[in-house]
Design a protein around this ligand. Structure first.
Ligand code: PEP
Ligand code: MG
Length: 576
């Protein structure tokens, strides 16, 4: 049994297809100075060829998975046109007389090492794009045509040292049961794509290729990050049973889509989806979301050299609003910083980025970016119900300042005679203990609250949400976090302001009766979590939930809270 990182959930049972890529043999000689012009021609033809190939993959990916996934290949096109990178390659050919293959390899290797060395998980993963592009150009120079995975003859579990984004994009959905790689992390493009394709995946399984060969029987458990090679018959039977159960359970949950999230005694909850791209609206609706409770706008800004302009933003946000067909969309203003740095913007070099220049702080300092985004939200409001919320607010002053800018923007739009919604509700995320403790003060001014338990937990417990070493201390069932949630619910209720919750806790089935019992009526979560949460709501009464919440708030330890809640909500056993 091998343990890696569960990058995409689900179970797969099947035979292994080992996919390795022999390193191409590169020329070792230097060029005759007379051959430099010819070498430059070879280089530019291979790059043009690579551009056409990547563009074709981009279009295919966009058609199958949407523009967001296709954008990954836009990054590769940008690399292929990068003047600095190309200048360095050209210099090696013209000045050092290196053959094009070697020049490309040397330059891309250097960039790969640089990216890997940033220590930043998200930026660091982009080395895969440089490697993918470099390998493609070299293969074109050498006339190597790889047999792409797209031509797989039968169903299999692909095991590889790593999969480039182009490999992953070409995986035939009907043949690849799962994939396992020795390298890569949860945020690598291949992992992101696996989740979109709903293919179970385990990544970062060091050295698995020394033990597995094509034809071996494999079990891949994408939930637990496990890979079993030629398991015993009893283990295999257990996994087969679990796979059948999962399929049945999924079907049962899908059947819940059109039923309301209502308790046995008629208390109605609103279940929403957290998304970050227009393409995800379809999935959100398919799982039964009645609101987009959190639209993370960061994705529009990440992975590109420029800032999205107003018209582009209006088009994207309007697209989301239109696809929701009259159901509300809560747009969060740019939440860059912390674990989501934007190279051009985030100040870099902060000792404590989570306590630094992020969220609303950054927007208030960069009013140009902030105003453009607010204008786009207001204009998208002309297409349907929109709400705006600010991240990482700690006090009234920030809210007032942000609101003032919004009022200004509204006046400007009116003066310009552009269509917009002047009555968009404006709320804040409660992600800091400070905001939670002064909810009563904030409630007099804000229109609504949305509790971001991901950050609220990290700031309350002083546990960096991205630090594995202290991950065991990160627990949203800590009594301190629960008391803060209760305080927010009470503070908002006094002013009759709505409170929702959009952190991961909202999608945790055992948290549902507690959150309901505390008075929350809207839960927003990853779309796939909605059916199970709805099932829990439909099995409860509001009275039970209130009683349970009261009892849980009296408990002293997170573990006791979990046990109490799990006993109330029977989570189907995974039967390991
Ligand atoms: C949160 O902090 O709970 C939240 C929803 O925001 P994000 O995860 O994007 O920081
Ligand atoms: Mg947050």
């Amino acid at each position: 049994m091998f343990k890696g990182i569960g990058a995409s959930p689900g179970i797969a049972i099947g035979t292994a297809l080992v996919y390795t890529r022999p390193e191409p043999e590169l020329p070792t000689h230097t060029l005759d100075p007379d051959d430099v012009a010819r070498e430059m021609y070879r280089l530019s033809s291979s790059i043009s060829e690579a551009r056409a190939q990547v563009n074709a993959i981009r279009m295919r990916t966009e058609a199958q998975l949407g523009t967001e996934q296709g954008a990954i290949f836009q990054t590769q096109l940008t690399i292929l046109e990068d003047p600095i990178l190309l200048g360095e390659i050209t210099a090696l050919i013209k000045e050092e007389y290196l053959p094009a293959e070697l020049a490309v390899k040397q330059v891309t290797d250097r960039y790969i090492a640089l990216l890997k060395g940033t220590g930043d998980e998200v930026i660091g993963e982009r080395w895969a794009d440089v490697a993918d592009v470099g390998r493609r150009v070299i293969n074109n120079l050498l006339g190597i045509r790889r047999i792409p995975l797209a031509t797989m003859a039968h169903e299999a579990i692909v095991v590889a040292p790593d999969l480039t984004p182009s490999d992953t994009a070409q995986l035939p959905r009907d043949k690849v049961l799962a994939f396992v790689t020795e390298h890569g992390g949860r945020t690598s493009h291949s992992a992101i794509m696996a989740r979109s394709l709903e293919i179970p995946a385990v990544v970062g399984v060091g050295n698995i290729l020394t033990r597995v060969k094509t034809g071996d029987n494999l079990v891949v458990d994408g939930d637990e990050g496990l890979v079993l090679i030629n398991p015993e018959i009893l283990t295999l039977e257990k996994y087969k049973k679990r796979l059948t159960q999962l399929r049945l359970a999924n079907q049962e949950l899908k059947n819940l889509r059109d039923l309301p999230a209502i308790t046995k005694d008629g208390y109605r909850m609103e279940l929403g989806a957290n998304i970050g791209t227009p393409e995800e609206v379809e999935g959100a609706l398919a799982y039964g979301a009645v609101v987009i409770g959190l639209y993370r706008t960061e994705f529009l800004y990440l992975g590109r050299p420029d800032m999205p302009g107003e018209e582009e933003q209006v088009a994207v946000y309007t697209g989301v609003v239109e696809r929701m067909k009259g159901r509300p969309v809560v747009f969060r203003t740019l939440d860059i910083g912390g674990d989501k740095p934007l190279p051009d913007l985030s100040s870099g070099g902060e000792v404590n980025p989570f306590l630094g220049w992020r969220g609303i702080r950054l927007s208030l300092d960069r009013k140009d970016i902030f105003k453009t985004q607010l204008r786009a939200f207001l204009r998208a409001g002309a297409a349907g119900p929109v709400r705006i919320m600010f991240p990482l607010v700690v006090g009234l002053q920030e809210y007032r300042e942000a609101k003032e800018i919004l009022v200004q923007v509204r006046e400007e739009l009116a003066a310009q005679g552009l269509a917009f919604d002047p009555h968009i509700p404006v709320g804040i995320m409660v992600e800091t203990p400070a905001a939670a403790v002064i909810t009563d003060l904030l409630a007099r001014e804000v229109d609504f609250f949305s509790i971001g338990t991901n950050d609220l937990t990290q700031y309350t417990l002083a546990v960096d949400r991205t630090n594995e070493q202290v991950a065991h201390l990160y627990d949203h069932y800590h009594p301190a976090v629960l008391r803060l949630i209760e305080q927010v619910a009470k503070g908002a209720a006094k002013e009759k302001k709505k409170v929702s919750i959009c952190g991961e806790m909202a999608g945790d089935p055992i948290a549902v009766p507690l959150l309901m019992g505390l008075g929350l009526r809207e839960l927003s979560m990853a779309p796939g979590a909605i059916p199970r949460v709805k099932q829990v709501i439909r099995s409860l009464t509001a009275e039970d939930a209130r009683k349970l919440a009261g009892e849980v708030l009296g408990l002293k330890e997170p573990m006791a809270v979990r046990e109490k809640l799990a006993a109330k909500v029977r989570v189907p056993d995974k039967e390991k």
